[in-house]
Design a binder for this molecule. Structure first.
Ligand code: ASP
Length: 311
């Protein structure tokens, strides 16, 4: 099979002036993942490498640069999945590791469980020899990631309207999404894999977990269906099992592009004006993407071809 990798740097609306930085970071991450595939590495190695680059880049809401929660702390979520055996590992609400995606991979490969949260996730990471770092190191110097004190007050823990939609609000505004990172890849053996990492939504309540670490929501990979990495309003994406639904649409015969557009329409129709974006690869190595925000910087390299990048 011709290897392929697709990387995104989050779907959002408010970063017109920062698109160049996102493009540079996504480009670098895509090349990092592609280099792994070129050297004969697995799809899982490739997506982990790509996501680590963006976790280390303070421009993205993942690892270093994670959005702060309402207590001005970092709580990060990450997942990995591989499509041969449906291997899956995730961490949620982890606070003191630089690269949550690698801890998620350790969960998948070295534990008998699938998801670790909070202090347990950190304890697991330590037990695996992952170095812990002060939380301050993860907080970006950039003021875009810092909430003003007045914005830290939640109107309510979680308001539920008559349609049953949950909207965490900060200072009357819906929590800000964007800059979450994800990567999907297929290697020469046909293995599909996904990795997703995020600091979650800005100003989220402590303990809030979004779609990103949840199987079938933030990401999914099944060699028989395809691979998906999602971004957007986690509370909404979970309701339609955004990534698994997109993979099922590919499994039913849709092209990745058709499936990406269809799952986005489903999100809009069933969850109100929710925002999201998705990148997809099918088992034939074809690619699709869709988003309903102003930007979702994403890039792709597939066998022998030049990288393309779109925002
Ligand atoms: N989906 C992420 C979350 O809800 C946010 C994002 O994609 O920007 O935690």
């Amino acid at each position: 099979m011709e290897p392929v990798i697709v990387v995104h740097g989050g779907a959002g609306n408010d970063f017109d002036e920062r698109v160049a930085e996102f493009r540079a970071g996504v480009e670098q991450a895509t090349h990092a993942g592609w280099d792994v595939l070129l050297r004969g590495g697995s799809a899982l190695d490739a997506v982990e490498a790509a996501v680590r680059v963006m976790e280390d880049d303070p421009n993205f809401d993942a690892g270093h640069g994670s959005f702060l929660n309402a207590n001005n702390e970092v709580e990060m979520d990450a997942m990995v999945m591989e499509g041969a055996r449906l291997g899956y590992g995730a961490v949620a609400g982890i606070q003191r590791v630089s690269n949550p995606v690698s801890t998620a991979r350790l969960v998948m490969e070295r534990s008998r469980h699938s998801i670790f949260v909070g202090a347990g996730a950190e304890q697991f990471a330590r037990s695996m020899g992952v170095p812990v770092c002060p939380m301050e190191e993860l907080v970006a110097g950039s003021s875009i990631h810092l909430l003003r004190p007045e914005d830290r007050i939640f109107d309510s823990a979680c308001s539920s309207d008559s349609a049953g939609s949950n909207t965490a609000t900060v200072g009357g505004q819906a929590s800000q999404t964007g800059d979450t990172v994800g990567a999907i890849a297929m290697d020469a053996s046909g293995l599909l894999a996904v990795a997703v990492s995020t600091g979650g939504t800005a100003g989220k309540m402590p303990g809030r977990v979004g779609d990103s670490p949840i199987i079938g929501c933030g990401g999914y990979a099944d060699n028989e269906l395809g691979a998906a990495a999602a971004t957007g309003s986690g509370e909404a994406l979970m309701k339609v099992m955004f990534s698994k639904t997109a993979c099922d649409l590919m499994g039913s015969g849709m092209s990745p592009q058709q499936a990406a557009e269809q799952v986005l329409r489903l999100l809009e129709r069933r969850t109100g004006p929710s925002q999201g974006g998705i990148v997809l690869i099918n088992p034939a190595g074809e690619v699709g993407s869709a988003f309903n925000t102003s930007h979702m910087v994403h890039a792709c390299i597939s066998g022998g071809k030049e990288m393309w990048i779109r925002d």
